[in-house]
Design a protein around this ligand. Structure first.
Ligand code: UT7
Length: 331
């Protein structure tokens, strides 16, 4: 009997309409288009402006895009995972609400949080449920409303992040396509360098945490940058070596979109020309859990059945890793 692998069989996306350009950021903080473009590769990002709407607003729409493209009946979905660092509410799962809103009435659902590696780790979780034979349709959504936790007077963070959502469906495959290998890592000593100090169980929200802006993301950019460059490149290289793949065997690098320079350093380490590197950071910035599925949605038309994809991500915590996946369909 052939081994069951977990293949991605459909993708969908949602991006808010509002475009926050570098020019507009120049009016908010002491920065300029040239600095942002050369240091990060970002030109603009999307911001969710709908009043009283959170991450689920985008997760639902990304899932609905996937469902309408693939003609999947939502009642056939077994499980919904929302990978996110910005849940709708601290308690009450965003995934559960999302599943109900899209009509996935036979699914169970939960959230998964690992900062910018949430979606990568979610791929591992979703694939494991398929490989075990326990479930047949697992919907994985990466969604973040980063604008809800960003201080728009802090130029070190507000230029980087954007809002968005992407969704993928995992299904069993008996032709050897889908997830082939993974190498996932974490290191808790990194939490000092990229975090939100208040609002959790250590420091519940108070007048003073609000006044001190401790409910916003704080990042020591330079330190995170150094860790991201070396670790993302290391794990991408490991995927190739461990699977006896040469750079010619790789069709696409699918890297987390945190900084164009980090992406280029990772591509350089595995010797991949830029035409094989997925990139949309210029349009959306860093959408945290949504970067990887948004890349798949944007490049879906160029992907061919059997293509070898290497995913790599790095995020707060620290969390990082790489996944090797064979693409399962022509669109
Ligand atoms: O996705 C999760 C993981 N996160 C990441 O991977 C992010 C990693 N970090 C980065 O991408 C980069 O560190 C940043 C884009 C955040 C910053 O770039 P950098 O090249 O590391 O800049 P820096 O922080 O070393 O700052 C260089 C200079 C400083 O001025 P001085 O001290 O040299 O005079 C900063 O004050 O640039 C200044 N600066 C800015 N100037 C204009 C910092 N931010 C800005 C800004 N506009 N927005």
């Amino acid at each position: 009997m052939s081994r069951i692998t977990a293949a991605i069989t459909a993708v969908g996306k949602y991006l808010p309409d509002y475009v926050l350009t570098n020019k507009e950021l120049e009016t908010l903080v002491e920065t300029n288009d040239d600095w942002i473009t050369t240091r990060t590769g970002i030109k603009e990002r999307r911001i969710l402006k709908e009043p009283n709407q959170g991450t689920s607003y985008m997760a639902i729409r990304a899932a609905q895009d996937l469902l309408s493209k693939s003609k999947i009946n939502p009642e056939d979905i077994d499980m919904v995972i929302v990978a996110s660092a910005t849940p709708d509410l601290p308690v009450a799962s965003t995934a559960v609400y999302t599943a109900t809103e899209i009509g996935a009435t036979n699914a169970f659902a939960y959230d998964l949080q690992a900062a910018c590696s949430s979606f990568l780790y979610g791929m591992s979780t979703a694939a494991s449920y398929i490989e075990s034979g326990r479930y047949k349709k697992v919907l994985l959504i990466g969604a973040d409303k980063m604008s809800s936790i960003i201080d728009y007077s802090d130029r070190a963070t507000c230029i980087i992040f954007g809002d968005g959502a992407g969704a993928v469906l995992f299904e069993p495959n008996s032709d050897g396509l889908g997830l082939q290998d993974e190498y996932l890592r974490s290191d808790g000593s990194g939490r000092e360098f990229l975090k939100i100090e208040a609002g959790g169980s250590i420091l519940p929200p108070s007048e003073s945490t609000l006044k001190n802006g401790q409910h916003f993301v704080h990042q020591e950019g330079k330190t995170v940058f150094k860790f991201a460059v070396s670790n993302m490149a290391d794990v991408a290289e490991k995927m190739l070596v461990r699977n006896s793949l040469s750079n010619d065997d790789i069709n696409w690098l699918v890297p987390h979109q945190a900084n164009k320079r980090i992406i280029e350093a990772t591509a350089k380490r595995v010797n991949l020309e830029s035409s094989k590197v997925m990139m949309n950071i210029h349009k959306y910035g860093n959408t945290t859990s949504a970067t990887l599925p948004l890349l798949l949605a944007d490049y879906e038309n160029q992907l061919k059945k059997g293509d070898n994809l290497i995913f790599a991500a790095f995020g707060g915590g620290f969390t990082w890793g790489a996944i090797y996946l064979k693409w399962a369909y022509n669109s």
